[in-house]
Design a binder for this molecule. Sequence first.
Ligand code: DSN
Length: 417
Amino acid sequence: MNYPNLKKGHSRIYRLIEQELKRQKRVINLVPSENFVSQAVLEALATPFTNKYAEGYPHRRYYHGNEVSDKLEDYTKGLALKIFKLSPEKWSVNVQPYSGSPANIAVYTALVGRGEKILSMNLEHGGHLTHGHKVSVTGQTWNFAHYGVGKDGFIDYAEVETIAQKEKPKLIICGATAYSRQIDFAKFGKIAKKINALLLADISHVAGLVVGGAHPSPFSHADVVTSTTHKTLRGPRGAFIVSRAELSDKIDKAVFPGLQGGPHLNNIAAMAVAFEEALKPNFKKYARQIIKNTQALAAELKKYGFKVISGGTDNHLLLVDVTPLGLPGKEAGELLEKAGIIVNKNMIPYDTRKPWDPSGIRLGTPAVTTRGMKEKEMRQIAECIRMILIDRLNPLKIRKEVERLTHRFKIPLTPND
Ligand code: DSN
């Protein structure tokens, strides 16, 4: 690890960074919303752009000295449109949201009056906290109605339409954080048109798959698209909002000055690096491999008798109900962690348990795919999971197998790391 000034003058922080790097190297990370950024993304994050205030938008700033920031933000916005093959005549983009939650809140603030109705996916069925859960400011400020999945684990589009017709929301949200199937943006678009609602696609989880051509794109059907940049897109933590051009003034005002202060320019620089990386041909391969890996993992787990929600996956994640094994999700996650396999506990559709100790675990392959693992390694990982959760072997015994894999498949850092 090459941070000489931290090592010399801030040894406590240096040691923590060292410990975290070591942890990341040694575990198999199956958290579907996490990934490993490239060294170039990390370098961009640690640049003097962090020193600059640039409240406002390119060429309309509240601070002087922004001639370079303007170039950076204009360039990043151009790249954001380019990765989705969008024309700047029809679409606008805002790259300033600090993360996915403020991006969603900015969209609601811009397009839906307080107290007005929004229709979104239930958190328990795979939606996101900022899709109107009662503990989120979104659920306390707007009037949310929800749709979910059927007992088969799939979105029932006929039911979505029935709820939409009854509730007449101003905005419909599609997109999820724990849904392992493709989202049919065309069907959502038709439903929204029928009731004259706007459609927001929150593609935070699948953005990298969309860019890589491994998941349908929402842009022919949605009015607004939000996404984080740090999940399958493999960029720094951050988010962006793409909207039909005529909505962009309202959205820009909602982001700044409505919700945020100055943009994090170093983050925007790192986002641009990630977008450039996503334009390279090998990103398509990466996106396709993520799905091959998740499907291999799901198939192998099913072979061992694990209960995979909806019976499988079309994307980067899968949900497993662990209660038939006599284990709640929290305990399953803890046992796996002891072996160095990191997942997150997660509610499953129709869960009777609570979010802090739900019935399921959520597993995903973006991070292990970045390490270069393929289907063969997914089968090995599934076997490790079986040995821990079904055979109930001591997880510490499985740790060696995990370390063999993590030793062979490095995280993307320069050789001196
Ligand atoms: N926390 C993110 C996830 O893990 O899916 C969503 O915000």
